[in-house]
Design a protein around this ligand. Structure first.
Ligand code: SGN
Ligand code: CA
Length: 502
């Protein structure tokens, strides 16, 4: 071989080496997967990571331990459908249009799953969404019809009505796993909304948990026998007291109605097959008989009702927690845990006997706040605790931020990626709240307000005109409004100013 031929070969080899390893390759950024778990009416008081000692939720707690727990996560409108509209759009109810459970939702507007889809994500929505119409932004959707049933529920599977046999929470988990394992396009990053109906009223447990807590007696919260002194008309006139407004058959499963009220029934009983119905009735039978013989009254009766309610509620949560465990196991087995953001939250908080109540709606603490824990090993340090006022309008911008998608300017929420990643402590210092569904079930008056970490200002309107102000440090249970108290004149002024800034 001639020298110049050898030289050209050497040059070629050098060139090839240069191109294969010499030029730094553009780092391929792997987009994170997202699993957004939402349950319905799951109070943070019933997530054991929050430390209330009511029940154990080891799988949800795992997310907090391996990631972050938010102690002041709150909603913009404490009701199911408005909350879901806010989290999908990143906008307050008065902007996305879904102000209450009754009005239609406009799916044509932008939402974060649509944005993710455009950026190459596979998206799925499985479970409860409570928004009318075919969900937009999802490659696969399987949603309950409205509230949905606990037993043998119907789902709209990509718009086609399909009946499933079994217990709703378990079905939703099985279907979520099925989508992850068999239905999605494995070559793409994915975002799955895995949304449980449980533990929504009327709290029907799974067959395997109907007797859980049978041997236990629960003490109600310290404010269970609240007389609502110190607050305005709205707290007095609500219709959500466990002892007064929950129903014998529907809520307390006392199918033999001692008051002879024929409206008390459990709709799911009609849907159950014979075996399910027999198992279910048998679970309550002996306790019901004991109760009927005992002729309880007054406080004793109120305590019995609290126990009947809380046990069924917590039994439903047990199945939700099991489902989270199954999902986390799958992520481990499939090697997906590291690159998947897992969020667990609820559509709002819930009263578990605080002020004597069940349900939500108020801007008072237990329904304004909601549980929020999340894990993303790549960015969130295990054991992170966030006490900022993160709101449900923040999910959309946060997910888009993680996926490196530009956040549309009309989104009102704020990404908390840097906050939870420990890069900044700078975040909104007050949260804005609105509630509109009145007059309606539970009769919680219309109101709006602002909350900082320390104070809360609320205005009830429509058929009243009343202001309330709480010092959350001195009065964490919000028992006495200090509105117009001269000692709080400056605070009142400061909070009104914040409200005007919104
Ligand atoms: C149903 C419930 C109410 C509950 C609303 C809204 N009654 O009407 O107690 O406040 O849903 O809940 S029930 O007898 O039908 O269970 S939400 O979470 O969907 O907003
Ligand atoms: Ca709800």
């Amino acid at each position: 071989m001639k020298q110049n031929q050898l030289n050209s070969i050497a040059l070629l080899i050098m060139g090839l080496l240069f191109f294969s390893c010499g030029i730094p390759k553009k780092k391929e950024v792997q987009k994170p997967n997202i699993i957004y778990i939402m349950s319905d009416d799951h109070a943070y008081q019933a997530v054991s990571a929050y430390g209330y000692g009511l029940n154990e939720t080891p799988n949800i707690d795992r997310l907090a331990k391996e990631g972050a727990i938010f102690t002041r996560a709150c909603v913009t409108n404490s009701l199911c459908a408005p909350s879901r509209a806010a989290m999908l759009t990143g906008k307050h109810s008065f902007v996305n249009g879904k102000v209450d459970n009754a009005l239609p939702f406009n799916w044509d507007q932008d939402n974060f799953p649509k944005q993710l889809q455009k950026a190459g994500y596979q998206t799925a929505l499985i479970g409860k969404i409570h928004l009318n119409g075919l969900p937009q932004g999802f490659d696969y959707s399987m949603v309950l019809m409205g509230q949905g049933m606990y037993y043998n529920p119907d789902f709209w599977v990509n718009g086609k009505k399909t009946r499933f046999e079994g217990y709703c929470t378990e079905i939703v988990t099985d279907q979520a796993l099925d989508w992850l394992k068999n239905k999605r396009d494995q070559s793409k990053p994915f975002c799955m909304l895995y949304h449980q109906k449980a533990p929504h009223r009327n709290w029907l447990p799974a067959p395997k948990y109907v007797n859980l807590y049978d041997e236990k007696t629960f003490d109600p919260p310290e404010t269970y026998f609240d007389d609502y002194e110190g607050r305005g008309t709205a707290a007095h006139t609500q219709e959500m007291e466990i002892a007064k407004h929950a129903m014998w058959g529907h809520d307390f499963k006392l199918i033999v109605d001692p008051n002879g009220d024929s409206t008390n029934f459990v709709p799911d009983l009609k849907r159950m097959n014979d075996e399910q119905r027999a198992n279910w009735m048998a679970a309550y039978e002996s306790e019901n008989q004991d109760f009927l013989k005992a002729h309880l009254e007054g406080k004793e009766l109120a305590l019995w009702k609290y126990n009947r309610f809380i046990k069924d509620y917590l039994r439903c949560i047990k199945s939700v927690d099991d489902g989270v465990g199954e999902l986390l196991d799958y992520l481990d087995e499939a090697g997906l845990a590291e690159n998947t953001i897992v969020v667990y939250t609820s559509d709002q908080g819930f009263y578990l006997g605080e002020h004597g109540w069940f349900d939500k709606r108020f801007m008072y603490k237990e329904s304004f706040r909601t549980p929020l824990v999340m894990r993303y090993p790549k960015e969130i340090k295990p054991g992170t605790k966030i006490d900022n006022l993160v709101q449900n309008i923040d999910f959309a911008p946060t997910f888009l931020d993680y996926a490196d998608i530009e956040i549309p300017s009309e989104i009102q929420g704020e990404s908390f990626r840097k906050l939870v990643g420990g890069e900044t402590s700078d975040f909104r210092d007050y949260a804005y709240y609105t509630y509109y569904e009145y007059p309606s079930v539970h009769m919680v008056k219309r109101h709006y307000g602002v909350a900082t970490k320390r104070y809360k200002l609320m205005h009830f309107y429509y058929d009243v005109d009343e202001w309330e102000l709480y010092d959350l440090e001195k009065d964490p249970n919000e028992m006495k409004s200090v509105y117009d108290d001269p000692a709080y004149a400056d605070v009142q002024k400061m909070m009104h100013k914040k409200l005007e800034e919104v």
